[in-house]
Write a protein that binds this ligand. Structure first.
Ligand code: PAF
Length: 289
């Protein structure tokens, strides 16, 4: 496994690969790898000749006052995991190489980025501008045939798909299911912040989504959302949002069309912001999340 530290090195390797390699898969990460990342790496390994993993805690997707400074980092451990998962190249640039002095470009997807995590009462649309700008740079640098992302960040997935289509990237965007702990908590690097007590309470996030799914079938969407919110609140967690949206457009869902509904939640559990979601199929209410 080779570690590439600068965009220049990445570009040079990509040019070398072009002559000899059929397909390249990219797994973009901010490190502190867990089983969710591993599932993306395994898929990339199965489906491509060469696997590139990027490892970059992207400063521009953090709002002032968020956890950029304390975001968990352990490069040595990440490199060992990547190597064990069969990664060929790790692209791990420094912020100064990605955003050198004079850097002035932003890639923004409108509309989709103004709801849920993008609303002003949440992380704000600037969060997604940070995500799409870095993903755009990574797709340009690595030029992968396929790029893999997780369904846990459902809104991010929708936004990245939109960007890739609008900007005519030839990379296929693949979204893989959320990987969960045994008790249902969605895997996230931020779970490392949770105290044992908060970790236990955080399981209410997934139970509240399951509750929403089960009530939806018999009592409809409004009652289902109310039941889900109540379940969360009974665990002492007040959601930042708990909303039903159509997954492709992120328009508010009314539950009457028979189309799949994304129920997405963000909540602060003792100072740790967690997100999760469930995709409810009205004709078949078992979760696909
Ligand atoms: O999902 C993440 O880890 C990040 O948002 C991503 C896609 C690597 C961009 O920094």
């Amino acid at each position: 496994m080779k570690v590439l530290r600068t965009p220049r090195e990445m570009h040079a390797f990509r040019e070398e690969l072009r002559a000899s390699v059929a397909t390249v898969g990219l797994v973009p990460t901010m490190g502190y790898l867990h089983e969710g990342h591993n599932s993306l790496l395994r898929a990339a390994r199965r489906e491509n000749d060469v696997v590139v993993m990027s490892l970059f805690v992207n400063p521009t997707q953090f709002r002032a006052g968020e956890d950029l400074g304390s975001y968990p980092r352990d490069e040595k451990r990440d490199l060992a995991i990547a190597e064990g998962s069969g990664v060929d190249f790790v692209y791990a640039p420094e912020p100064g190489d990605i955003y050198p002095g004079g850097f002035a470009t932003k890639v923004e997807v409108e509309g989709l980025t103004e709801v849920l995590c993008g609303s002003e009462t949440s992380r704000g649309p600037g969060h997604f501008a940070g995500v799409t700008t870095i993903v755009c740079k990574l797709l340009n640098a690595v030029d992968p045939d396929v790029a893999y992302f997780g369904q846990k960040d459902a809104q991010q997935a929708t936004v990245i798909r939109r960007m890739a289509e609008d900007l005519e990237f030839r990379t296929r965007i693949v979204i893989l299911p959320t990987v969960r702990e045994r008790d249902g908590l969605a895997m996230s690097s931020r779970n490392a912040y949770l105290s044992p007590e908060a970790r236990k309470r955080a399981t209410a996030i997934w139970s509240s989504l399951l509750e929403t799914e089960s009530v939806f079938d018999t009592r409809g969407l409004e009652a289902a959302l109310q039941a889900g919110r109540q379940k969360l609140e009974s665990a002492g967690i007040t959601p930042e949002y708990f909303e039903a949206r159509y997954p492709g457009t992120l328009d508010a869902a009314d539950g009457n069309s028979g189309d799949p509904i994304l129920v997405a939640v963000a909540a602060d559990v003792d100072g740790t912001r967690l997100i999760d979601n469930i995709l409810i199929e009205p004709s078949n209410p078992r979760s696909k999340s």
